[in-house]
Design a protein around this ligand. Structure first.
Ligand code: HMG
Length: 390
């Protein structure tokens, strides 16, 4: 039985800052951000969007009534969850009106969480072939104003439906993974901003890629020639390229050209959104699938997932016949086309605006946020959500 990605949707908040402007405001050469880091625009989450609403908005567009009935497992991968007890999956389950006879949980291991969710979903569907699993990957990346990580922030979510006989990508069974207890990036419970050892994190990312790639090759007997494309977790778009370059010489000139060209296509959405942590790899996959119209059904796509701390995995999928018919290309194009640019001072003001932590009541102006699902306020330490369609 084939199991894999049946549907895939994406959502980013409607605000962004231009990286050229951010560079100028930080006295940095703009080319450092746009070429050295490889980012053009950075999504900014207004106070009315949090990881729950971003995920719910990403799922809203792709789910139909049959999905809502058949989904019996919601797995929410995030590293910027909103509660240390209640899972973000339960909130989204409620906001989307899913079948109550479902499990809902949250998974955490930095940016790797959604990959663990997908593997768990695959196991669930193998045991329950009629089931569908909703995997959510949603985060707001915050390093802080004027920090070295600032240019690699972002906000957004990807929603995936995992099922038997998937319409987009059938996941293959061979996979290689690795855990090593390192401190390259972390966020203690008391901090809403991440701590990072930037250079070390880059080195570890590449090392993890090399190790899981070698392990995958010996498990599968496959090599670069067997891949149409490899998608990467993209904290910034230059990162995956650095990892890819370390193995390119294993392929022919033709392999190298194909993989680099597809790599560039796979980074387009991420380049305009920033790091969305758990969703970054899947945003890159979406970018490749939606923007390269020449991919053939039957092609193999490699996926490298990395979550600081650290866990890495290399796994693969096969494109399904007529997969393009099941993408939401126009919706995503419109999402990008209708965003609003904010100035650096406006971004700084939004960044500093945080929710009350003293139980006071606040109400937000949700009319200024075009999203269907918004955070409308807080009361008694509870977040209040609204689905404008209800
Ligand atoms: P930095 O010190 O600001 O930048 O840190 P840099 O000095 O290393 O420069 C970056 C690149 O720009 C270099 O290119 C420069 O040469 C180039 P490279 O040598 O690396 O190819 N550059 C220029 N290029 C063109 N024109 C110019 C120019 N000037 C310089 N004028 C860093 C950059 C990414 C380290 C920092 O932003 C950071 O710490 N970010 C956060 C950590 C991160 O993203 N790490 C990535 C791997 S870890 C990961 O992926 C996990 C993560 O997603 C978290 C999770 O799992 O939850 C982060």
């Amino acid at each position: 039985m084939n199991i894999g990605i049946d549907k895939i949707g994406f959502y980013a908040p409607h605000l962004y800052v231009d990286m050229n402007n951010l560079a100028l405001a930080r006295n940095v050469e703009p080319a450092k951000f746009t070429i050295g880091i490889g980012q053009e625009k950075m999504s900014i989450a207004p106070i009315t969007q949090d990881p729950v609403t971003l995920a719910a908005n990403a799922a809203l567009e792709i789910l139909d009534e049959q999905d809502k009935e058949k989904i019996d497992f919601v797995i929410f991968g995030t590293e910027s969850g909103i509660d240390n007890s209640k899972s973000a999956g339960v909130y989204v389950h409620g906001l989307l009106g899913l079948n109550p006879h479902a499990r809902s949980v949250e998974l955490k291991q930095a940016c790797y969480g959604a990959t663990a969710a997908i593997q768990m979903a695959k196991g669930h569907v193998a045991l329950n072939p009629e089931s569908k699993v909703l995997v959510l990957a949603s985060d707001i990346a915050r390093y802080g104003l004027n920090t070295s990580g600032e240019s690699t922030q972002g906000a957004g979510a990807v929603a995936l439906v995992i099922s038997a006989d998937p319409k987009i990508l059938a996941l293959e069974d061979k996979s290689a993974y690795l855990t090593d207890d390192i401190m390259d990036f972390w966020r203690p419970i008391y901090s809403d901003k991440a701590f990072v050892d930037g250079k070390f994190s880059n080195e570890q990312y590449i090392l993890f890629f090399q190790k899981v790639w070698e392990s995958y090759k010996s498990k599968s007997g496959l090599g670069l020639a067997d891949f149409e494309a490899i998608c990467y977790h993209l904290p910034y778009t230059k990162m995956g390229l650095k990892a890819l370059r370390t193995v390119l010489e294993q392929g022919t000139e033709k392999d190298q050209e194909r993989l680099v060209e597809n790599y560039q296509i796979s980074t387009t959405y991420n380049r305009n959104v920033g790091n969305i942590y758990t969703g970054s790899l899947y945003l890159s996959l979406l970018s490749l699938l939606e923007l390269n119209e020449n991919l053939q059904a039957g092609s193999r796509i490699g996926l490298f997932s990395y979550g600081s701390g650290a866990v890495g995995e290399f796994f693969t999928g096969i494109l399904q016949p007529n997969y393009r018919e099941h993408l939401h290309v126009d919706y995503h194009k419109q999402l990008f086309d209708t965003r609003t640019e904010v100035s650096v001072p406006e971004y700084e003001e939004i960044f500093e605006k945080t929710l009350p932590i003293d139980g006071s009541t606040v109400e937000f102006d949700i009319d200024s946020d075009p999203a269907t699902i918004c955070l409308s306020g807080m009361k008694d330490n509870m977040r209040l959500y609204i689905n404008k369609h209800n």
